[in-house]
Design a binder for this molecule. Structure first.
Ligand SMILES: [Zn+2]
Length: 117
């Protein structure tokens, strides 16, 4: 087994995730919304296994308490890779709108969707 000799950031992450409160939160999210949100936007039905922080928390306690979205492992990896490069997920849904809420054009989706109703 790996020794706990990684960075302070890694330790901070573990402290945030290794709590009863986080496990409860994650389970509550995945029970309420069991399908990957990005896959769903793309017309795919995939079980979500990851409770992803919409705003990357980078170990920050307040951001860690921020809003979550259910993702599958594959979408989560894609999102994290984008974030590490300082960008956002560029995929679009069936209507042609960005599926990443951090995408600069993501706001227009909400407007259009509510107009359509
Ligand atoms: Zn997915």
């Amino acid at each position: 087994m790996r020794r706990d000799d990684r960075s302070d950031e890694a330790k901070a992450y573990r402290r945030l995730y290794n709590t009863r409160a986080w496990r409860d939160r994650r389970l509550a999210l995945l029970s309420a919304e069991p399908m990957c949100r990005y896959c769903k936007a793309l017309g795919r039905i995939t079980a979500a296994t990851v409770a992803d922080h919409i705003v990357p928390h980078r170990g920050d306690r307040e951001l860690f308490a921020g809003e979550l979205q259910p993702l599958c492992q594959s979408c989560h990896s894609a999102v994290k890779q984008r974030e590490e490069r300082g960008g956002y997920h560029s995929a679009v849904d069936l209507d042609g709108y960005p599926i990443d809420p951090n995408h600069p054009n993501a706001a227009s989706r909400t407007n259009i969707a509510s107009e359509a109703k």
